[in-house]
Design a protein around this ligand. Structure first.
Ligand code: P5A
Length: 444
């Protein structure tokens, strides 16, 4: 891809309306464009990143046995009246009337709709567990949309729902998602910490928010620093192993402000391990038993012939918010360098060629390198403009491909100037470059 032909509308300076660095960068490099308050179009660069995040989220859902479906964005009010949430949800719900005067709404979440799908087909405990998910736009009429796509009105969410025969099995499902979330965020090169959280309008008795640390985050958190040393390595998709994983995390005090209790914090966490800070909520999981299955009549036949309401949980990841969260974690605003994790980078390599109008040799060389990289499934973007080299480098630093190739006027035969952002540049041949990039891609 040539920069000159791409739709990457870069601004010279940081936009003044943006308050936090992810919003600034996303507007600056043209990843998104606001269409109205809290509603955005995704332009090629932003869309590429979001699609890569979505793919990782999907793979990790599939890995725990969840099945993908696609529910509509527009729902009927009927099912919300059944669950009792139609009134409760208040002004955050965008309510619409169709031409027959039927009350419709743009879904802010899908507990009701998925329960309706479940109850129409599943009648026996033998079909359980069922883990269903979709990745779909949601709408919440936030009173104060802010920080770009971080808190907006229309956003892209992965939401999953579990249906089980009893509490024990339902907690097994809950723990599967707990593991899957740790793995998902790790693949995005983020450290997301599970924190005991309130259940709010979703309801239920057990809930964790997954939070990444960021000064600009909207969630206040209180935690034991030692939780950052934990990981999910070696955990298997078995009850005991998953239970141990959750216990391992829960042994350390780690809560959002709604759950904060000063006395408990100071009793459980030594002074040197206490961390009070802010973070961004990138995922949220809930266990709510029969809250929806009871009110909506979703029951199954049990082994002895009796019937019972299924036990449910729901599990959300803010797919569009993650684009901003990764920028908050990775963007060096002072030096204006964004380095995307290779797993979600819009391009793997930027090729910066010194272009001379009368001599196309460096552009020819850039093209040859790009097509060799392509053969190894490495995506590149070529700066083919006639700007000077330093402004080209600045631009590429903002676009954020984690690797750069610079083709100067007097390029040596075999050697190429190659740089990983944040590291020294080196002169090596193309085979070595491909090897270095492929190695990083595999780690992810
Ligand atoms: C869980 C899945 C739910 O809606 N129902 C289905 C449950 N949870 S949640 O916490 O309310 O939302 C899940 C994740 O969606 C992201 N998110 C948002 N992203 C951008 N703008 C918003 N206004 C917004 N609201 C929620 C968050 O990442 C949240 O964790």
């Amino acid at each position: 891809m040539y920069i000159s032909k791409s739709f990457i509308p870069i601004l010279k300076n940081s936009p003044s309306e943006a308050k936090i660095k992810s919003h600034k960068l996303m507007l600056r490099v043209g990843m998104i464009k606001q269409s109205s308050a809290g509603i955005y179009s995704w332009l090629p660069l932003g869309f590429k990143v979001m699609k890569k995040i979505e793919k990782i989220v999907r793979e990790e859902q599939d890995r725990i046995g969840a099945q993908e479906i696609l529910m509509p964005t527009i729902q009927s009010s009927e099912i919300w009246k059944e669950s009792g949430r139609y009134e409760d949800y208040g002004d955050e719900m965008l309510r619409i009337k169709d031409r027959q005067d039927r009350e419709m709404l743009y879904g802010p979440t899908n507990e009701e709709l998925v329960t309706d799908i479940f109850r129409s087909s599943i009648k026996s405990y033998k079909s359980l567990p069922q883990l269903l998910y979709h990745i779909q736009w949601k709408f919440r009429d936030e009173i104060r949309p802010r920080f770009g796509i971080m808190r907006c009105r229309e956003f892209y969410m992965k939401d999953a729902y579990s249906f089980d025969v009893n509490d024990e099995e339902a907690l097994f499902s809950y723990n599967k998602f707990f593991l899957s979330y740790l793995k998902t965020f790790k693949r995005l090169d983020l450290t997301a910490i599970p924190m005991a959280a309130d259940t709010g309008p979703i309801g239920g008795s057990l809930s964790h928010e997954f939070i990444i640390l960021a000064e600009t985050g909207e969630s206040k958190i209180f935690t034991d620093k030692r939780i950052f040393d934990l990981n999910s390595d070696g955990t298997r998709l078995e009850k005991k192993s998953l239970d141990d994983l959750r216990k391992k995390y829960e042994q350390f005090y780690s809560v959002t402000d709604e759950k904060f209790n000063k006395e408990e914090f100071e009793k459980k966490v030594s002074e040197s391990n206490r961390l009070k800070t802010k973070g961004i909520e990138v995922g949220h999981i809930f266990y709510f038993g029969d809250k929806y299955s009871k009110s909506m009549g979703a029951s199954v036949d049990l082994p002895g012939g009796k019937k019972d309401f299924v036990k449910m949980g729901s599990y959300g990841i803010g797919v569009s918010r993650l684009v901003g969260a990764i920028i908050e974690a990775k963007y060096d605003e002072k030096n204006e360098i964004m380095k995307w994790p290779i797993s979600v980078a819009p391009y793997d390599v930027s090729i910066i060629a010194m272009i001379n109008k009368n001599d196309t040799s460096s552009l020819d060389r850039a093209n040859r390198i790009a097509s060799e990289l392509e053969k190894s499934d490495i995506q590149s973007i070529i700066d083919d403009t006639d700007e000077n080299i330093s402004s080209k480098i600045k631009k590429m630093n903002l676009i954020g491909a984690p690797f750069q190739i610079i083709i100067g006027k007097q390029a040596e035969a075999d050697l190429i100037e190659f740089k990983e952002l944040g590291k020294e540049s080196q002169k090596i041949n193309l085979t070595t470059i491909i090897k270095i990039i492929k190695e990083q891609k595999v780690i992810n």
